[in-house]
Design a binder for this molecule. Structure first.
Ligand code: EPU
Length: 293
């Protein structure tokens, strides 16, 4: 890919991706690009689009499984400080796409700004969280989004209001576009209510899910309408089910834990085994929530 030499100061070849993901699994990125500004990223996107080369942004790596043979094309990492900013102006907050979600949530709680406290303990970047409309029973990130600045695959930047997006259960309508920044409209509260709800969300997570230090990517499957994927997998008797180094968490059946020596292929075989068993027992298809690259 000789055209990439135009970007050579910030491009690397064959970069191991496993350390950048929460599963700690998978192969290398054929090319990795670390832009130093939105303009620089737009230029890369334009050129990749012209050359018909696939581009993907790796956010916090919290909801992705990289396959063992790695990823073709260009993997983008927005870890430059220019993509990490969080700016407060009254009840409006603008967070850059590469900003850490847990930091954003905590900064809002400290300022008694309500809206994001239900996202306590969810790892990842703001951009990744917007793309999948991350959340749970205490709310989703899309609930308090006001507008999102998107970079499209052909390198065009545009501001999109919430009504032009399509937030739903674990979806946003952002697709493969890149979230440069997101603007949130929050509500100022006087008492300690925001902190109390944040603590409650964190405590519920700690009570029912494996600890963040376990190598997993959160819930593997989406909840089918009217059901809980975790409950179905549990009722199918699959807690502790193991393939190679991957096993169904004993704490929450919708989590797969990758132990020492696990491969991505182990995880994918376990995924298929779970889907098959739940289909046979309940006639329900479990759709994956995590992104497989
Ligand atoms: N349950 C079981 N066995 C299990 C797991 C759950 O019986 O092994 C039962 C629970 O007792 C409960 C029901 O299933 O009655 C629902 O479980 P839970 O409250 O843990 O919620 P969930 O629907 O499994 C969702 C999100 C989580 C989020 C929590 C809390 C999905 C797929 N999962 O879990 O999100 O943290 O609510 O807000 O929507 C994620 O998306 O990665 C994730 C972890």
């Amino acid at each position: 890919m000789h055209w990439l030499s135009e970007f050579k100061e910030r491009v690397e070849q064959n970069v191991p991706l496993s350390p950048m993901t929460w599963f700690k699994l998978g192969g290398c990125a054929q090319h990795m690009y670390r832009p130093n500004s939105a303009e620089d990223l737009a230029r890369l996107m334009r050129r990749a689009h012209e050359e018909n080369v696939s581009t993907r942004v790796l956010g916090g790596g919290a909801n992705v499984l990289i396959q063992d043979d790695g990823v073709n094309g260009v993997v983008i990492r927005m870890d430059d400080p220019g993509f990490q900013g969080i700016d407060f102006e009254g009840t409006r907050v603008v967070a850059a796409g590469g900003a850490d979600l847990m930091r954003l949530v905590l900064e809002c709680v400290r300022r008694s700004l309500s809206g994001l406290e239900g996202l306590a303990g969810i790892p990842g970047t703001v951009g990744g969280a917007i793309c999948m409309n991350a959340g749970g029973k205490f709310g989703s990130i899309g609930d308090c989004v006001h507008a999102v600045q998107l970079l499209s695959l052909d390198g065009t930047v545009r501001m999109v209001s919430k009504s032009e997006l399509d937030f739903g259960y674990r979806c946003s309508g952002v697709g493969r576009q890149i979230v440069l920044s997101a603007e949130f409209e929050l509500v100022k509260e006087d008492s300690g209510g925001v902190r109390a709800r944040y603590d409650e969300a964190w405590a519920a997570k700690k009570r029912s899910q494996p600890p963040l230090k376990a190598h997993s990517a959160g819930c593997v499957f989406k909840n089918p309408p009217g059901h809980s994927a975790g409950k179905l997998i549990d009722q199918a008797g699959m807690k502790g089910e193991t393939v190679g180094g991957a096993s169904v968490s004993a704490e929450h059946a919708n989590f797969i834990i990758a132990h020492e020596g696990a491969t991505s292929a182990d995880v994918l075989r376990l995924v298929e085994r779970i889907q098959e068993k739940v289909r046979r027992k309940f006639g329900i298809n479990l759709e994956m929530e995590i992104d497989v690259w």
